[in-house]
Design a protein around this ligand. Sequence first.
Ligand SMILES: Nc1ncnc2c1ncn2[C@@H]1O[C@H](COP(=O)(O)OP(=O)(O)OP(=O)(O)O)[C@@H](O)[C@H]1O
Ligand SMILES: Cc1cn([C@H]2C[C@H](O)[C@@H](COP(=O)(O)O)O2)c(=O)[nH]c1=O
Length: 253
Amino acid sequence: MTALVRLAGRAASWSRGASIAPPRGLGLLPQRRTAFQGARMANGGGKGGRGALIVLEGLDRSGKSSQCARLLSFLQGKGCATEGWRFPDRDTSVGKMISTYLANESQLDDRTIHLLFSANRWEKRSLMESKLLGGTTLVVDRYSYSGVAFSAAKGLDIGWCKAPEVGLLAPDLVIYLDVQPEKAAERGGYGGERYERVEFQKRVAEHYHSLRDSTWKVIDGSLPMETVEEQLRELAMNCISECQDKQLTNLPW
Ligand SMILES: Nc1ncnc2c1ncn2[C@@H]1O[C@H](COP(=O)(O)OP(=O)(O)OP(=O)(O)O)[C@@H](O)[C@H]1O
Ligand SMILES: Cc1cn([C@H]2C[C@H](O)[C@@H](COP(=O)(O)O)O2)c(=O)[nH]c1=O
């Protein structure tokens, strides 16, 4: 499958980086405040705390986009104000340069592309903050950990890779979908983009491992989609309940 076809397919179900306008007012359940006690309801009912910043990470084809879409739909169905985001956001001018690079249609120095990925997050930081403070939970497909793990896998110094991420918002929860690189390579659409090579993905996995901290939870991404989804829901709901009164912080790197 060409990169273009893959992109078109993915764009249909998940807006890249830009926030997806949730179908407000649609499919909302009656407002019973249970797991999301205090969380802002999608139809504006009730005053609540801030939204949660939930990030999904993992190797290429580990199932992030599928699970982000499922979680988004679940949370919105529960009446929780939630948006789905993804990085890179290929819709901005920076994102278009990244997309061309990933499709092997342009060449860029390793440090230059690293800084572009980071800039692509910085251009969304203030919107991200205002959404979260306004009570909207963000489910984000890739974030700074992808930035560091993929660039470090090319041999760049990890401290250098982390530096431009300092000051971006720290996630409340990072869910890593753990799939063996060989297994991921067997999944549909593999190989269309620059980094989709098993040997490279093995190095990425090692760097992801070194980035784990207390906000990380690991789910076995080789389990059936429904099982992964179930585990993800529970982690996300707990996180949303717990972080409402916590201050937003910045990545500590
Ligand atoms: N748990 C699973 N078991 C089997 N197949 C899965 C599972 N999760 C996702 N898939 C399939 O794997 C492929 C990749 O899934 P998806 O696009 O969600 O991964 P991704 O991590 O977002 O990929 P990328 O990072 O390359 O964009 C899809 O064909 C999807 O249907
Ligand atoms: C955010 C980010 C991503 N990457 C890499 C990881 C993937 O190989 C691609 C993005 O592909 P997707 O299908 O859109 O998830 O880019 C990276 O190297 N650095 C980053 O910061």
